[in-house]
Design a protein around this ligand. Sequence first.
Ligand code: VG1
Ligand code: CO
Length: 540
Amino acid sequence: MIQTIPTTPIDGQKPGTSGLRKTTATFRQPGYLENFVQSIWDGIGGVAGKVLVLGGDGRAFNAEAVQIILKMAVASGAAKVIVGQGGLLSTPAASNLIRARGADGGIILSASHNPGGDDGDFGVKYNTANGGPAPEPVTNAIFAASAAIAQYHILTAHDLDLNALGETGLGEMTVEVVDPVSDYAALMETLFDFDAIRALIASGFSLRFDAMHAITGPYAREILVNRLGAPEASVMNAVPLPDFGGGHPDPNPVWAHELMGLMMGADAPDFGAASDGDGDRNMIVGRGCYVTPSDSLAVIAANATCAPGYAKGLAGVARSMPTSAALDRVADARGLPCYATPTGWKFFGNLLDAGRATLCGEESAGTGSDHVREKDGLWAVLMWLNILATKRLSVAEVMQAHWAEFGRNYYSRHDYEGVDKTAAEALVADLRAQLDKLADLPAGPLVVSEAEDFSYTDPVDRSVTSGQGIQIKFEGGARLVLRLSGTGTHGATLRVYMENYEGSEFGTDPQAALVDVIAAAEALAGIKTRLGREAPDVVT
Ligand code: VG1
Ligand code: CO
């Protein structure tokens, strides 16, 4: 029986950088998920007759949420929902399924790199028919619907068994349970030279992939072990757990410290990598050599033609504005168009759809291409393996060669997590208010040359998105960006991004190379005093 349940709007159901993220406890409140899902249906003009893809990263509440969403899809007349077995899908696999099946859209259940479990976070993201995160007009419509909601519709029924593959009926709707891995693995085989990677591994090249007890375990096992012949032990923390084993599934040197310890140790493998909760981020590490995400993006752009799927060259490249300009140097040298977008993968969608960009990336460990409309962790790992298999160089040698050719953009991001929201917002607002007057003024040891509040005009649909981060450039070429995170669930997180280009000296520690920009940031924003913090919580 389809029930119509009266409800009232719940404050704060506003999607952030990547969907709606709240604590698991918040999502478990009666009606919370239901209100938001109905708001998605209402915001996109209903789901009657539509085909949707559904799955999540397996964190706590994933299984319950999938059942609720299926019952709400049938109650609003959806024709079909394609669900990953067990309710699981990585974000890039979901994006691929939407595209491959010509679905009208999809729902991905994840709070990505945020911790999960009963005391962690949960999230819901809506993706459109191109497979990508809903763009701002759509998320704004969903938010507007959440503020006007008066009722939701849901079928009263038993939970479906989502472990058996194949089609079943739920009321008038078809539910198709698919293997979450196979279509994605097949797509990877079309892009990369699996024979060459297999030969590299067979020659004794050793690797470790840290799935961080998140969604990529089964994907990495199938691709790296079963298809590429890596030993079983190459995939660590391979079993997805609802609380990610108590860890923080964010692939950076701080949270992936187990892998980092291994890679910096005496018996380090040749190659290490990790991915996040929902499988769209990546970290690349060589033996004794951490590769910053911005550098990884630049290396991939410079060498993508090693991979068969990109052999014909790139149409263009794109990065989020805070990402380092290492990519721009490659683009300049190769004559490629290069775009700088606001933070969040949704801003790459139009560039990818229009064929203006083939590769995109963010400093936050997200890299991807036009093969899907999300960033893709395992894709980046396979791209690196393909490059190494072709060049037969170590990761450290690839980096040295890259810097020798293009120079090095020393880069670091300092995060101040869970700080007082009012103080963080005031810090940003005060700095924003001064931007007009900063040019030519000293800032610690540096002198400001340009200061702006980043605003983006989409070159495809001409839509304008403003207030996307404070960008300050200094005489001599250094750059500073400050913005508040849009994915956290506690207080505020201030992100401070710093870079400085160096043409010939490549061996300096990034924190030392950036010491002047760090001092300039403190002089301009007064971070330590205003936030009451001595040091950042995470340095990447
Ligand atoms: C962060 C990153 C951003 C990324 C977003 C979603 O957003 O900075 O680059 O696109 O997370 O990634 P914010 O607003 O917290 O800075 V994921 O893998 O968490 O979906
Ligand atoms: Co993610």
